[in-house]
Structure formats: structure tokens, C-alpha cells
Write a protein that binds this ligand. Structure first.
Ligand code: FAD
Length: 522
């Protein structure tokens, strides 16, 4: 409870009395659920959290490969706001915030009939260049493409630009042309969001960009000014030891605050309570898994938070299969949320979101001293037009994060390849078996990094799969979210949080969850 006291600004560090307020049940133990549980505990609720799987964290997970403890999902956070850094600070992890090594990201493109790698222009947002005439932009889109992009600087901006809904693709194409969209924006957006820019709502994915274009009279100048206004330093950061430390710290904090955490505890149904306020939460029969505890990495020591996370992991679903809750926070993905909401109000069904992309994340730990010089910086984003690579992105994790490079030692390298591009042949790879993915990853890593990587180089390998985990904000997102939340507001005590509403990414999810719960939980 000490940390929650600190978050409240309380002077005393003595343990609080056991919470005795109304009972809140949080459904889903990803970051949004853990953060919601923390806000509810801070505001004096008794809190239970039920997570369907064996581990907390959702898309933020830990795995061990070749003796290294690595992020198995999200590995960084956007620094455009202080939302994540503030939370890390409250959890005592502020001094562990780190920025990537300076190598920068690269692109892998198809230009004409040739494939090739080049650095990603440094001054952009989502691949949109702040300087259309920069050398890397000319190299990526060709002279004609750069000339077309530079027309943005002299073409007047109509007020109509900020009216109605618009996709990111439509904005970029209209201001800078197709070459910038295809060779710069699409690789970044499909790599990060697994979505086509023509389907993504520009206001959801780049808040404030349209208004800035109108203000500055150009997309390039808008991007440059937003970059200049962003906090100094890198656009992303992480935590020494991995983003998964956020999960173990949250779990430890919640346990200390008396929150009851249940893993392997899927919620099967949700109903209004008859003749009373609140909700009846029905739990599915518990099927505890005999999951082996991972061994500690050769360079990592179990800390207090890790132990707490493991203790929580072992708490199984409680005896009663029903819980009477005064409040419910639904913190699952969009599909499961709409399934559960059917028990409360059939009017939610038309708001069912399209399911996000499936992703297979392949981790290779290899012995390859030639990579010590990080030939492709921190990694590459692959343009969808590329035909000789199936991955959508490769992260050279040991080149990106110094703590990991130190932990693996010279000559050993961690590569993360993600599969699951939308609308193309390569998306079939996401459903391939582990052996096929291993072969594809070795071939793709060889092409992308420009050297031969074979089975003999492999020290460790793992595949982690996420289904529908990257919901994307299609055009009209803000209006749809407002409608869903207005509908939820007609059911007092019900809150909906998570990436399907807040937008993909830890910064969006944490900021939105705290904002929602601070409005409604107080
Ligand atoms: C591979 C990958 C890499 C990523 N990398 C980054 C990154 O580097 N930086 C970044 O900012 N973002 C990244 N993201 C996105 C980011 O991780 C997510 O946007 C965010 O973690 C979503 O959190 P959430 O709580 O909304 O959902 P989730 O993490 O999906 O959590 C939802 C939880 O609800 C549980 N659940 C579902 N149904 C039920 C039920 N009926 N009962 C109980 N529990 C249920 C699920 O098991 C799950 O644990 C990445 C995502 C993926 C998949």
C-alpha cells in the first residue's frame, strides 16, 4: 500500500486498513485492467481482478530464450506524453527508464524491380517526412516522388481538410503523393499498427495533425512543428530489464494494496443484478494450468516484484462461481467485451469492432559477431510491396537496448521478427507452424541484415502468438467510441477501457484508463 499512498500524495507510509468500500470487479488483466484496478484501489474500492490466461500483462509479457529474460510482446512506449513515465515513476521504476541506442530504424523497400535497405528519415511522424527534400526521403521515393512531396509546401490548405472523417492515407496522398504513402508511411504504419493507412482514422492515430496542417499551411511543416514541440529526446523509451517490469511492479503494488488478483479466471457472463444496483459476474469453471515457472536468466535476478507476480499467478479462481459487484470495469479486447456486454444490453452488439491482426512474434538469439556493429541500426520496417521478405518488421533488440546488449555479451544477438502483415500473401505466415516460422525468420533476417544466418548460428528460438491483439482505429473511430461510452454511461457502475477504445499502444491505453477511472471512480 506504500506505493498507493505515494500516488495519493499521502504523508504516512504506514499500511492502510484493509479496503472496505464498494466491490469493483475488473475483467481482464492486461495493462488497462491492472491500471484500472490500481485507480479503483486508490479511490477506496475493494477490488477483484479476473484474468482469463495464466499470466497478467496481456500484450506485455515476459519469456526466456537462451537464458535471457526478454519482452515477449510490447517492448517500448511512446514518449509523446508523460503518461507511461508518470506511472513508472509512481511504481518506483522512474530511474530505470531508458531510451534506445542512437542507431535509428531502417526501411526495407522495393524501388522499381530492386529491393534494398536504407535509413528511415529522422524527422518524421509515422513516416511522414518533416523535410520532403531530405536525402533519405529522396532515396526512398525517388526524385519525382520527392518533388511531388515538396509540392505540399506551396499548395494552399483548404479549411475543408479539418471537416468530416479522413484516413491517414487520404491525407498523405493528397498532400505529398503516393510515393511517400507507399514507401515511407505504409511501412511504418503497417509495422507498428498492422494496418493499412487508408483504413486508419487520422485523428485517432495522429491526434492534432490535421489542425496543425491547417495552421502551418503544409503537412511537412505541421510534422516538423509537432516534432519540435514533442519532449526532447527519443520518440520511444523503455525500462531497463524490459517493459514486462511494468507488469510485475503493477502486480506487486496491487497485492500490497489488498487487491485480489485471479489468473486462469475467465469471466463467462455479465448481468445486471435483479432488484439491486450493480452486476452479477459469472466466472467460467477454473482449469488451472500446470505451467512451469521460467528459470531465471543468466543475467537477471528475481526481484521482489517478480516474486509478487508469481505469487499472484498462483492464485486461482475462488470457490464461488458468481461475484456480486457494485462496479465492473471491462478491460478485455473489443470482441470479448461485446460478448460479455450482451448480457447487459443488446444495443452494444452493433458496435462490435473488426478484429485486429493476428501476430506471430519470432525471437532468435544467435551467435553472430558480424552484427556487433549493428549494420541496420535498431532494426527495419518492411514495405508491404516487398516480395522477398515475409516479416513486417525486424528489431535488432541487442542493438536497440544497451542493457540487453550487455546481458547477451559480445557476439550474441537478439532478433525479433514480427509476422502478420495485412492483406497480403505474407499474412499466411502468421498461421504457419513453429518450424516453418523458424525457417522463414532465418531467411528474412539474412536478407534484411545483409548476411547469412543459418540454423548453426541459433542459440535460442521462440514463437509467441497474439490473436486480434492490435485493434486498429478505422475512420470515424472517435465518434464510435463516444457512442459506445455514451451507451455504457446509461448503465451506472459500468466502465469500458482498453486499446480497442483508447487506441493501440501503452501510452494511449494508460492515459485513457486513468482518465476514465478518475472521472468515474471518485
Ligand atoms: C506483439 C505486440 C507488440 C507490441 N508492441 C508495443 C510496443 O512496443 N509499444 C506499445 O506502446 N504498444 C505495443 N503493443 C500494443 C500494446 O501492447 C497494447 O495496445 C496494450 O498492451 C493493450 O492493453 P489492453 O489492456 O487494452 O489489452 P490486452 O493486453 O489485450 O489485455 C486484455 C486482457 O483481457 C484478458 N481477457 C480477455 N477475455 C477475458 C475474459 N472473458 N475474462 C477475463 N479476462 C479476459 C486477456 O487474456 C488479456 O490478458 C504491442 C502489441 C503486441 C500484440
Amino acid at each position: 500500500m506504500r506505493l498507493l499512498n505515494r500516488a495519493r500524495g499521502a504523508e504516512s507510509t504506514a499500511p492502510d486498513k484493509a479496503p472496505s468500500g464498494p466491490l469493483a470487479v475488473v475483467i481482464g488483466g492486461g495493462i488497462s485492467g491492472l491500471v484500472a484496478a490500481r485507480e479503483l484501489a486508490i479511490s477506496g474500492h475493494r477490488v477483484q481482478l479476473h484474468e482469463a490466461s495464466a499470466t497478467f500483462g496481456g500484450c506485455v509479457q515476459l519469456h526466456e530464450v537462451a537464458g535471457l529474460r526478454l519482452d515477449a510482446g510490447a517492448e517500448s512506449f511512446a514518449t509523446r506524453s508523460t503518461a507511461v513515465a508518470d506511472l513508472l515513476g509512481e511504481l518506483g521504476l522512474g530511474q530505470d527508464i531508458i531510451t534506445p541506442q542512437p542507431g535509428g530504424a531502417w526501411l526495407y523497400l522495393k524501388r522499381g524491380t530492386e529491393h534494398g535497405a536504407q535509413p528511415l528519415p529522422a524527422t518524421g511522424i509515422l513516416g511522414i517526412p518533416g523535410d520532403p527534400w531530405a536525402e533519405e526521403v529522396r532515396s526512398a521515393v525517388g526524385r519525382a516522388g520527392a518533388l511531388r512531396a515538396a509540392a505540399d509546401l506551396i499548395t494552399p490548405v483548404s479549411k475543408k481538410l479539418v471537416e468530416g472523417q479522413m484516413s491517414l492515407g487520404a491525407l498523405v496522398r493528397s498532400r505529398m503523393g503516393s510515393a511517400v504513402l507507399q514507401n515511407l508511411v505504409t511501412p511504418v504504419v503497417s509495422g507498428v499498427h498492422s494496418a493499412d493507412p487508408d483504413t486508419l482514422d487520422v485523428d485517432a492515430i495522429a491526434p492534432g495533425l490535421r489542425a496543425a496542417v491547417l495552421k502551418h499551411g503544409s503537412l511537412a511543416r505541421a510534422v516538423a512543428s509537432m516534432r519540435a514541440a514533442a519532449p526532447a529526446g527519443s520518440a520511444v523509451a523503455s525500462v531497463k530489464g524490459g517493459m514486462n517490469k511494468l507488469v510485475s511492479a503493477l502486480v506487486a503494488d496491487l497485492l500490497e494494496a489488498g487487491v485480489e488478483l485471479f489468473a486462469n479466471s475467465p469471466v463467462a457472463g455479465l448481468e445486471p443484478q435483479e432488484e439491486a444496483t450493480g452486476f452479477l459476474v459469472r466466472l467460467a469453471p477454473a482449469e488451472p494450468t500446470a505451467e512451469a515457472e521460467p528459470e531465471h536468466g543468466r543475467n537477471a535476478k528475481a526481484d521482489k516484484a517478480d516474486k509478487a507476480a508469481k505469487a499472484a499467478k498462483q492464485q486461482l479462481a475462488p470457490g464461488p462461481r458468481e461475484v456480486h459487484a457494485d462496479r465492473v470495469v471491462l478491460a478485455t479486447g473489443g470482441g470479448p467485451a461485446i460478448d460479455l456486454l450482451a448480457g447487459i444490453d443488446a444495443a452494444f452488439e452493433p458496435h462490435r469492432p473488426s478484429s485486429g491482426a493476428g501476430i506471430a512474434l519470432v525471437t532468435l538469439v544467435i551467435d553472430k559477431p558480424e552484427l556487433d556493429d549493428a549494420p541496420r541500426g535498431t532494426g527495419l520496417l518492411v514495405a508491404p510491396s516487398v516480395e522477398n521478405v515475409g516479416a513486417k518488421a525486424l528489431t535488432h533488440a541487442t542493438a536497440k537496448w544497451q542493457w540487453l546488449g550487455d546481458a547477451s555479451g559480445p557476439g550474441s544477438h537478439v532478433l525479433r521478427l514480427s509476422y502478420g502483415r495485412l492483406n497480403d500473401v505474407a499474412s499466411a505466415l502468421v498461421n504457419a507452424d513453429d518450424n516453418s516460422l523458424r525457417s522463414a525468420a532465418l531467411k528474412d533476417a539474412s536478407v534484411l541484415l545483409g548476411l547469412d544466418i543459418t540454423s548453426g548460428d541459433v542459440l535460442g528460438f521462440d514463437v509467441v502468438r497474439y490473436s486480434g491483439a492490435l485493434p486498429f482505429a478505422t475512420t470515424g473511430h472517435a465518434k464510435r467510441v463516444a457512442e459506445i461510452r455514451a451507451l455504457a454511461d446509461t448503465h451506472p457502475g459500468l466502465d469500458l477501457v482498453g486499446a480497442w477504445l483508447a487506441g493501440t499502444g501503452l501510452a494511449a491505453v494508460i492515459a485513457d484508463t486513468r482518465k476514465r477511472l478518475r472521472i468515474t471512480a471518485s
